[in-house]
Design a protein. Structure first.
Length: 95
């Protein structure tokens, strides 16, 4: 979370509810300044292209929504401690 505020300030534009900015500018910020690279891509049921950026050394990550037509990226969430899911044990039947 050390960079969530600077990232939000860089991405902030009044036209969007989420902080958004030029896609290439944000990609450069995430890859060069934070060492995060695109790790997973997916499309959601609302037609958005979602990307998780990951720094495999620090385990920091950033989730963004990419609008290729408008050439913008909107920050969705960011954090640390990226790891494989362990929810199988959480949801398993104890009996």
């Amino acid at each position: 979370m050390r960079y969530l505020i600077p990232l939000a300030l860089i991405l902030a534009t009044p036209a969007f509810a989420q902080p958004c900015s030029d896609a290439k500018e944000v990609n450069k910020l995430l890859t060069k300044d934070y060492g995060e690279k695109p790790f997973i891509e997916m499309d959601d049921n609302l037609g958005r292209h979602l990307v998780i950026y990951l720094n495999s050394s620090t385990l920091s990550w950033t989730a963004v929504a990419l609008d290729k037509e408008k050439n913008i990226i909107c920050a969705v969430a960011a954090g640390t401690n990226f790891k494989p899911s362990d929810l199988k044990s959480f949801f398993s039947d104890p009996s």
